[in-house]
Design a protein around this ligand. Structure first.
Ligand code: GDP
Ligand code: MN
Ligand code: MN
Length: 270
């Protein structure tokens, strides 16, 4: 293919792209939500403040979902065991907090300088995603134990309240390897696949893509997390409109030996 044909191919590809991407994507933080406590109906509180449309994607911070379901604990109720006392000393953390992290973990991948945990649903997170911020002093917030079900429940509740069929993502702010700074990740999702699978698709030059699986739920969660902010913004929910649909699969988490980084870290800590 000569340069002229190549540029024609590029132009026709971009025209096609434009016809697929119709309306501009809109992103809105849900403002005016109260401080959330156990028993609060998060779906209803969101719908009262911000209308949703069919096809919208609603991101909800795991923090408020967990507070609404009572996935919280007072440090006073926690008696640290031997490992929590040892790791608390090693990492300079309250052993009761460390015990909460151990309780939330199914596997400890790294002990120091911070605990890196695997959770039952496949997520790997610093301190098992247990938070001490945006809750009263002396309390901890756990990630929802079944975040996929949490996202599904929220989606169904919103369908019931608003009669609108939307997608939902439960987010959490997470650290990452190799780069400084935290970003939002999807912890649970419903009404979409986690991954947009590009394998078998061809690029602008006709090359067949062999490995590209785009973690769309994490990309959306990342933007939502930016709109939420981290401290006292008070915006724990974000609505996306006009995101084009995608197809793929839900195998977001590496399983067992697939995860090379985890294998290396586990060897280090044996
Ligand atoms: P995480 O990323 O799920 O751990 O949640 P964060 O603690 O970072 O909070 C995300 C956003 O939700 C921030 O804008 C917080 O200020 C806000 N937020 C947290 N808890 C509440 C709450 O109970 N009510 C309201 N209105 N906002 C909250
Ligand atoms: Mn968090
Ligand atoms: Mn956050």
């Amino acid at each position: 293919m000569g340069p002229k044909e190549q540029s024609e191919t590029l132009i026709s590809a971009f025209c096609l792209y434009r016809t697929v991407m119709t309306d501009p994507i809109q992103v809105r933080g849900v403002r005016g939500l109260p401080l959330i406590h156990a028993g609060d109906d998060v779906a209803a509180l969101i719908c009262e403040r911000e209308p949703v449309e069919n096809g919208d994607i609603l991101c909800v911070a795991s923090t408020i979902y967990s507070k609404s379901k009572g996935y919280t604990k007072s440090l006073k109720e926690i008696t640290p065991g031997e490992r929590a006392i040892r790791l608390g000393g090693l990492n300079g953390e309250d052993p009761r907090f460390v015990q909460a992290v151990l309780d939330a973990s199914t596997d400890i991948i790294m002990e120091h300088p911070f605990i890196l945990s695997e959770l039952s649903f496949g997520h790997v997170g610093v301190r098992a995603g247990v938070d001490q911020s945006n809750i009263e002093d002396g309390m901890v917030i756990f990630l929802p134990p079944e975040p996929m079900k949490a996202a599904e429940d929220l989606r169904k509740q919103i369908l019931e309240i608003s009669k609108k069929n939307i997608g939902t993502i439960i987010t959490d702010t997470c650290g990452r390897s190799f780069r400084r700074g935290q970003t939002g990740n999807a912890i649970g999702w419903s009404g979409m696949t986690a991954i947009r699978d590009f394998r078998g698709d061809t690029d602008l030059f006709g090359h067949v893509l062999k490995i590209t699986e785009e973690a769309v739920v994490d990309e959306i969660a990342g933007f939502a997390n930016m709109v939420m902010g981290e401290s006292n913004n008070g915006v724990p929910a974000v609505i996306f409109r006009n995101i084009p649909a995608w197809a793929g699969h839900d195998n977001l988490y590496f399983k067992g030996d697939e995860d090379i980084t985890r294998r290396v870290l586990k060897k280090e800590w044996k």
